[in-house]
Design a protein around this ligand. Structure first.
Ligand code: F6P
Length: 321
């Protein structure tokens, strides 16, 4: 059994990361171990920014957005020297196993620590993007979708009242999971995502056809990685003649109190990660399939073929005529 477990959050913050930290700390204590928090992700590991996380340190955080451990995207950790410093920090603090909460970039760092520096490491998927293979859902996705949906519902009121087209740009550089989910849930007339080709010409034809039937307002959801909202809005206004406005939701999608789904997911996965460390495992990521916890090698997150659900796109198209 390990005696001291470290936890860090890395990459973009996501609602539910605190619930995951709490689960790691409380499960470690349950197993008779101590927990330590590393601040600012891998950068804090390099700089030795480690502090104990006693049982009360994670009280009252399950409902808080962001991450109490702070987060960063560390360039220095990419270097051999940075990795050596990070592994020295772990040894100095007697940390025998590490839980990394973050996206696939953070998992790549976890793999290096596990394989090259022999640090038992487990990854927990924390990202609003839902872009990690090996789990149905990442921690933070559900809350981000609800935040974006709330905004879209409000924008629809104005779109309807002014008989305008609104282009709403949501987050998602490489994957359009937020756009797909929120587009379907918000009744968007078109959804543009980076994974699949789209035609603004077709979007314009749909808007014009709707207009001829008396439908004078539309919501077009664009994932940031597919196109810039401004550019799409300009092309729509030019092609249809309808007044078009754009709203970029941006970082508002990353903050806020986590939805129940994210708190439950974070509790399950944070705890499962510690259990794996206690069983002597390393180089793994935890996820969920249905309500069951799944375990895969870390690299599964970026090597497995990612399944973009085209059915959501088709369904949104059928339902929004
Ligand atoms: O990975 C989460 C995410 O919010 C992406 O959707 C977005 O492209 C990116 O982070 C933005 O990163 P930053 O906050 O560093 O600008």
């Amino acid at each position: 059994m390990l005696k001291r477990i470290g936890v860090l959050t890395s990459g973009g913050d996501a609602p539910g990361m605190n619930a995951a930290i709490r689960a790691v700390v409380r499960t470690a204590i349950y197993h008779g171990a101590e927990a330590c928090g590393i601040r600012r992700g891998y950068q804090g590991l390099i700089e030795g920014d480690v502090r104990p996380l006693p049982v009360e340190s994670v009280s009252g955080i399950i409902n808080r957005g962001g991450t109490i451990l702070l987060t960063a995207r560390s360039q220095e950790f990419m270097t051999e020297d940075g990795q050596r410093k990070a592994s020295d920090t772990l040894a100095r603090h007697g940390i025998e196993g590490l839980v990394v909460i973050g996206g696939d970039g953070s998992y790549r760092g976890a793999k290096v620590l596990s394989e090259k520096w022999s640090v038992p490491t487990i990854g927990v998927p924390g990202s609003i993007d839902n872009d990690i293979a090996g789990t149905d859902c990442t921690i933070g996705f559900s809350t981000a979708v609800n935040t974006a949906l709330d905004a879209i519902d409000k924008i629809r009121d104005t779109a309807h009242s002014h008989e305008r087209i609104f282009v709403v740009e949501v987050m998602g550089r490489a994957r359009g999971a937020i756009a797909l989910e929120v587009g379907l849930a918000g009744g968007a007339e078109a959804i543009l995502i980076p994974e699949l080709p789209y035609s603004i010409e077709k979007v314009n034809q749909k808007i014009i056809a709707g207009g001829q039937r008396g439908k004078k307002s539309c919501i077009i959801v664009v994932a940031e990685g597919a196109a810039r909202g401004e550019q799409v809005a300009a092309e729509i206004e030019k092609g249809t003649g309808y007044q078009t406005r754009v709203t970029v939701l941006g970082h508002v999608q990353r903050g806020g109190s986590p939805a129940s789904l994210d708190r439950v997911l974070a509790s399950q996965l944070g705890s499962a990660a510690v259990n794996l460390l206690m069983q002597g495992q390393s180089g793994k990521m935890v996820g969920v399939s249905g309500h069951h916890v799944t375990v895969n090698d870390l690299e599964y997150a970026w090597t497995a073929p990612f399944d973009t659900d085209r059915r959501f796109l088709d369904l949104a198209e059928i339902l929004s005529i």
